[in-house]
Ligand binder design. Structure first.
Ligand code: ADP
Length: 594
């Protein structure tokens, strides 16, 4: 860049100087030629228009020794005519033939050529015609006196003019060389003043291209380069602000993208993945990188070509399953500046929980209907039998009536459980919290169920630490939970089993655990054991009067207390259920706080 600009300036300067010198040289040379010719013809005119001199010449021509006389006169006027043997000579020619008769340089006279002016004089006229292009200047004057006629011919070989011109040529050449040296130096300096700011501009532009906006170009000059530098600085500022704004937006979007719970995956028009967020990777359960193509993942939902065929504001929806996850997809094309840009955006919603809730709701309604229908059918059929058969023996009649009663109890039980759950669900079930010693509740539940355990020949152990603290809870509800867990252990352990009640304190919570060596729960059912109406063995549960709502009510009550109920998985056989309750200070603390 520097070199080429520098060279250009040097070349311009050189061409300028050379052309200037050529113009000056030609002009000067022409001026010299013109000046010499003008002064030659003026001089000749002055001499020959002098009537006395010209008349005298004509008189001399009449004489017999006219030639000598004329020669003497010409010698006498040699000074006025500028005659000198080196450059200018005079010749006397025969007026009719043009033959050389006498002159200042007889040798040259013998070889004279007949010029247009001599021809004019031979015709009897004055030959004054000048010719810029000729290598000589001449004047031919006819003189006739009596029978004689002569021509006075003055010939200048332009030697003086030539030597002056060659001198001028050397002067111009010298000026040219000096001019060239000066122009090279000047162009160097000039180019330096021009290229330095341009170099700075280039450097700053490279900096800006590399993302460095801090560099400012300092150009004091108010010329075009100064204005350009100012504009560049302004442009760099605007660019930096714009880039900062874009970067900010991008950071915001990236953070949003990174932390949003919905999955987002973008593909190019060719189907290659260009962007994805962690949620998408998690939901799809696969690694997403540049090697991932749209059709590998979503082809079965909507083929890429179909999405690309959509208009700007259109989108399509789909659903897919990955393992146990239900995913809802929103697929839309996006467009760039050109046809090649743009692609397809897939937004993934995890609707597993939603679907599960819907399923659970349907299942719940089906379960409720089913649970109520069975006892209702029994009641109806026994009541019909009693009505139809009036002659039934009294003990059978009594038996039928007791079945009707127990089925009604069962329905009441289910309805009560459902009401409890619904009250908890709608937040209408207020806890009646009091301070009581945790182990008192356990003791009470133990006592209440002792006989039932005995009836099944179970061995019921209880190990309680003596220092269990007071808790602040709804004692009835808590005992209801404990009873449910203990009665489950009694129910689902074959007769003659071992049941252990234990309790303890961990930091800020107390716990009670009931472990049995009964039938236990298969691993695949453990997740759902607290779901409403969920029973591992429906027949067995119903047989023992179970509704499948006990543990779900227990879970809700414990959550209401800020505690929990969990299955323990350290048991090799049977089941171990633990309830946990936070300790919220003692009665004394409560009184103090009041
Ligand atoms: P149910 O009224 O049927 O007992 P629960 O909600 O109390 O309902 O219990 C749900 C299911 O969990 C029961 O039907 C039973 O299959 C299982 N279950 C509960 N406790 C035990 C246990 N100690 N051993 C084996 N299975 C149990």
């Amino acid at each position: 860049m520097f070199r080429s600009l520098h060279m250009k300036l040097v070349m311009i300067m050189l061409l300028l100087i050379i052309s200037l010198m050529i113009v000056v040289g030609v002009f000067l040379t022409n001026s010299v030629v013109k000046f010499y010719m003008d002064s030659f013809y003026q001089q000749m005119q002055t001499v020959f228009s002098d009537e006395e001199f010209y008349g005298d010449l004509k008189n001399k021509a009449t004489m017999d020794d006219g030639i000598e006389q004329i020669q003497t006169m010409m010698e006498g006027n040699a000074g006025a005519l500028g005659i000198n043997s080196r450059t200018r000579n005079y010749f006397i020619l025969d007026g009719t033939t043009g033959e050389f008769l006498a002159g200042s340089d007889p040798e040259q006279g013998e070889t004279l050529e007949i010029t247009p002016n001599i021809l004019t004089a031979l015709a009897g006229n004055e030959g004054y015609k000048s010719d810029m292009t000729a290598s000589y200047m001449d004047v031919a004057m006819p003189i006739s006196g009596g029978e004689h006629s002569y021509i006075i011919y003055i010939l200048d070989n332009r030697q003086t003019m030539r030597s002056l011109n060659s001198e001028l040529f050397f002067i111009i050449l010298e000026a040219l060389v000096i001019g060239l040296i000066i122009s090279v130096l000047l162009s160097f300096l000039l180019s330096k003043t021009m290229t330095t700011p341009i170099e700075q501009l280039t450097e700053a532009a490279e900096g800006v291209a590399g993302g460095d906006f801090s560099r400012k170009i300092q150009v004091e000059a108010k010329d075009e380069i100064g204005i350009l530098a100012g504009t560049f600085n302004h442009m760099a500022d605007v660019l930096r602000d714009t880039l900062n704004a874009v970067e900010n937006e991008r950071n915001k979007l990236n953070t949003l993208f990174l932390h949003m719970t919905d999955g987002v995956v973008a593909f190019s028009r060719g189907g290659q993945m260009i962007h994805s967020n962690p949620a998408a990777t998690k939901m799809l359960g696969m690694r997403l990188d540049e090697q991932t193509y749209y059709d590998d993942v979503f082809h079965s939902v909507v083929p890429l070509q179909d999405v690309l065929g959509l208009q700007k504001s259109e989108y399509t929806k789909g659903e897919m399953y990955v393992g146990r996850r239900s995913l809802e997809l929103l697929i839309a094309p996006f467009f760039g500046e050109s046809q090649a840009e743009g692609g397809v955006l897939v937004v993934i919603y995890d609707v597993t929980a939603q679907r599960r809730t819907e399923e659970m709701r349907k299942e719940f309604v089906a379960n409720v209907s089913h649970e109520l229908r069975t006892p209702l059918t029994n009641v109806r059929s026994y009541a019909e039998t009693l009505l139809d058969a009036s002659d039934l023996p009294p003990d059978m009649r009594e038996n039928f009536l007791s079945v009707i009663l127990s089925e009604t109890d069962r329905m009441t039980h289910i309805v009560q459980d459902l009401l409890t759950l619904s009250r908890i669900d709608y937040g209408k079930s207020e806890l009646d919290k009091t301070y009581f010693v945790f182990s008192d509740a356990i003791q009470a539940v133990y006592q209440a169920n002792y006989m039932e355990a005995k009836r099944h020949h179970h061995t019921l152990h209880m190990t309680l630490p003596g220092d269990l603290p007071e808790v602040f809870a709804d004692q009835n509800r808590l005992e209801q939970v404990m009873t449910n867990v203990l009665s489950n252990a009694i129910k689902y352990t074959p007769d003659g089993g071992e049941i252990l009640i234990s309790a303890g304190q961990d930091e800020n919570q107390v716990w009670m655990e009931v472990s049995d060596n009964g039938i236990g729960i298969p691993d695949e059912d453990k997740d759902r054991i607290f779901d409403r109406f969920y029973r591992v063995d429906k027949a067995r549960s119903r047989e023992s009067g179970g509704t499948g709502l006990g543990l779900s009510i227990a879970k809700e009550i414990m959550l209401q207390h800020g505690g929990d109920i969990q299955l323990r998985d350290h048991v090799p056989q049977g089941l171990s259920v633990r309830i946990l309750l936070p300790i919220e200070g003692t009665k004394e603390d409560g009184i103090k706080n009041e």
